[in-house]
Design a protein around this ligand. Structure first.
Ligand code: ACO
Length: 428
């Protein structure tokens, strides 16, 4: 094993060098404190590897994203979301028979317990869909107590993974129906996974509904592009919560809460709201670019910048192209798409964005497609959660199978040093 030499307090210490299959290099500092008394400090984990993982590879400098070795461009072009979920979970692309069996197992579990319908009655119709989704997903654990056993065999874990993949689309569609005040539509297992979701969202008992194949294809693509993204904020949360041996429903619900934030998955909603605001304000792009650059102004260009991608986000490239195609095929002209393209053009030629290597991320164009598919803006982050579900489950399973220790970072304490308690009567 290769070693690195660390010199501290006049002494030399050897650290193991860990090299990943794509040549990524890491210093193993797990025993550093025992040997030297030092910890490492990295607020926001900007340069800290929290685990080794065989699921997703990103090269942020080159704009590369691969699931289990397969380039995202090929997967988005040719596969379906459930094929990708299988790949992420089991490590290999399924054969036709394996995929059919996987799809069947999921289709058999799309119904949700009738008592869960009552939960929906308790939420105000104005509730944010992410709050409902996270709470109902967590409460699924109470319907499946076998999931509480941290030592349950793989077949039990797998059953609960299948349940989540099967039930989350039903829950999302019912959240939408609740908002609209429309009757809940029960799943139809003779339809494909994505077509069934669209049927539950947009179908009504009063007429037949068959989703447009272009819409099914576009949604499959979006779900695939969101399916995993290695150790991002929400996925790290899923693994962190799972590392305490909390059940898979609680872990995934925690990931949903992390995704909700505007700096993470919540950005897709913020992007459309920002583009609408720019449009309503008269479409003066330069004014908003200037505001984004002004350090005294809290305004940021939502959908721009990424912790890992310092070149371009390959998902944004595919989504931008797909947005054009979907709008074309559905005969929609969305003026917000024109504003988005202009904003990108101006930003990418501005030294502020060039120097900081800020490019459009996955959220910049995705909302335009969601909107064209008829999905309301408050549901955008929920759609992100739908796609990311496969990745969260694969990452949780990987963490559990590797028997990873509980996540427990350290800190550098900067508060007061020891002082004596003064009774209140003497404090003046
Ligand atoms: N608009 C204007 N300036 C920006 C933006 C932006 N969108 N993003 C980063 N910057 C600037 C920062 O002000 C900072 O400038 P400075 O060096 O002069 O202080 C520099 O670029 C680096 O930014 P950081 O915030 O330090 O980068 P970090 O890696 O911590 O943050 C993040 C990444 C959160 C994605 C950030 O770029 C951002 O807030 N983007 C907008 C929100 C967004 O689109 N989030 C979705 C991300 S993708 C996803 O989660 C699915």
């Amino acid at each position: 094993m290769q070693k690195a030499l660390l010199q501290v307090d006049g002494q030399s210490y050897e650290l193991d060098i860990v090299i990943g299959s794509e040549g990524e290099k890491a210093l193993d500092i797990a025993k550093l404190r025992d040997k030297t008394g030092y910890i490492t400090l990295d607020v926001g984990y900007k340069n800290t590897g929290a685990t080794t993982s065989g699921i997703t590879f990103i090269d942020g400098e080159q704009g590369i994203l691969r699931y289990r070795g397969y380039p995202i461009e090929q997967l988005a072009e040719f596969s379906t979301y459930l094929e990708i979920a299988y790949l992420l979970l089991y490590g290999e692309l399924p054969t036709k028979a394996q995929l059919e069996q996987f799809e069947r197992k999921i289709a058999e579990r799309t119904l949700i317990h009738e008592d869960i319908k009552k939960f929906f009655d308790g939420f105000p119709s104005s509730a944010h869909p992410m709050g409902i989704l996270a709470s109902v997903v967590c409460s699924l654990s109470s319907f499946y107590p076998e999931s509480l056993d941290p030592h349950a065999p793989d077949e039990v874990v797998e059953r609960n993974i299948i349940r989540l993949l099967a039930k989350v689309p039903t829950l999302i569609a019912w959240i939408y129906k609740k908002r609209k005040g429309h009757p809940y539509m029960y799943p139809r297992n003779d339809k494909s996974y994505v077509a069934n979701f669209l049927y539950m969202m947009f179908g009504m008992p009063t007429y037949d509904y068959e989703p447009d194949t272009h819409v099914v294809d576009a949604l499959n693509k979006l779900l695939i592009l969101h399916a995993d993204h290695e150790q991002n904020c929400s996925t790290s949360t899923v693994r962190t919560v799972g590392s305490s041996q909390a059940n898979i429903y609680a872990s995934v619900a925690a990931g949903m809460c992390a995704l909700w934030g505007p700096l993470h998955g919540g950005a897709n909603q913020e992007v459309i709201e920002m583009l609408e605001m720019i449009r309503a304000d008269g479409g003066n792009i330069q004014k908003w670019i200037n505001r984004a650059k002004d350090k005294n102004d809290p305004f940021r260009l939502m959908g721009f910048g990424h912790r890992v991608y310092k070149n371009f986000d390959p998902r944004a490239k595919i989504i931008k192209q797909a947005a054009d195609q979907v709008l074309n095929v559905l005969g929609i002209h969305d003026p917000v798409l024109d504003i988005a393209k202009k904003l990108e053009e101006v930003a990418l030629s501005d030294p502020y964005f060039i120097e900081r290597r800020l490019y459009p991320n996955v959220d910049f164009y995705s909302g335009i497609i969601y909107r064209a598919l008829g999905i309301p803006v408050e549901m955008f982050t929920v759609m992100f959660a739908f796609g990311r579900l496969a990745g969260w489950l694969a990452q949780w399973w990987e963490m559990r199978r590797a028997n990873e220790p509980i996540v427990r970072p350290r800190q550098v304490y900067t508060g007061p040093t020891l002082r004596e308690y003064v009774p209140i009567a003497k404090r003046g």
